[in-house]
Design a protein around this ligand. Sequence first.
Ligand code: NAD
Length: 327
Amino acid sequence: MTGFAVVGLGMGRNRAKQVLETAGAELRVVVDLNEELAREVGEEMGSAYSTDLNEVLGRGDVDVVMVMTPSGLHAKIGVEAIKAGKHVITTKPMDVSTKACDELIDAADAAGVLVGVDYQSRYVDNNFRVAEALKQGLMGKPILGEVRFKWFRSQEYFEHGNGWRGTWAMDGGGSLANQGSHLIDLLLWFMGVPKTVYGETGIMNHEIETEDIGQAILNFTSGAKGGILGTTTFPESPYFSAEVHGSEGGVLVDSVLSGEIRVFGDGLEEKLQTIENPLANVVEDVVSALDRGTKLRVDGREGRRTVALLENIYRSSREGKVLDYSD
Ligand SMILES: NC(=O)c1ccc[n+]([C@@H]2O[C@H](COP(=O)([O-])OP(=O)(O)OC[C@H]3O[C@@H](n4cnc5c(N)ncnc54)[C@H](O)[C@@H]3O)[C@@H](O)[C@H]2O)c1
């Protein structure tokens, strides 16, 4: 049985439940600085709870620490957990800078433990099928990959929890780094490494440090073109989509979190249906990696790529020019 601690109980509450529901995983303890919240979630899950990370890291029955705090704390808490001999999963994004991601990757390499990043859309069956189909060349020569979302986030959303959201230090950006990082991760999974990046970001309708709208034009090393568009200024949250096509077919993923798709091209739909996704979520993934030595779907190096592309987009936007992609 693999023992888990979940640290940070906003979205972490959902992940604690995921641990409870996963075979081979056991939720040992939930942690939050807010004692009332820690107690409430501990009682709800039937697990121990704590406000003291050090005490939790000293527990011999905790094998994996899931870091679900504000993004700018992921590497710091992850490195502390690794020093205590634990494996680490961070929620998305991995952290707010490639420098912080490197510290976490280096610590995990030195200790010989796992580090992974929880991008839930990687485990959605249809997203997995699209990635495999592209890898196997089932859509022919890759031509275009686009991700886009139009969502609503209120000013109150940014003011919650000491106002960490929408700051560079704790959120690593705005709509692109927070909500958009799911889509940027998918785009990189589908299309591979970028060659050039042009980004533009802005603040249209919120009082925040970072952006509530952002877009990027990409060229991939494969020769394919790409685009990213994301905003939290729309009056509702109508879509969250990824669209890819090649010379032989294409797929529109209308919602990457639920995996509703439309498929175009002769026989592509049937071929996609034969592709099986073996994993439901990151908790299963970690349990499988520890029990059977399988590779994590998003390990530290893979998780770092999204943060690197975000840095390129923000730099391009500041400098107002097309950049050669640098990781
Ligand atoms: N996978 C997803 O779909 C998804 C959804 C939402 C948020 N997230 C990610 O989860 C992270 C948290 O976002 P949120 O919306 O849950 O934030 P939140 O502010 O609602 O919750 C964060 C919690 O962490 C606690 N915390 C802060 N510092 C701590 C520390 N040092 N030790 C222990 N607890 C600490 C806070 O008290 C708070 O309860 C972010 O990185 C965000 O990007 C992922």
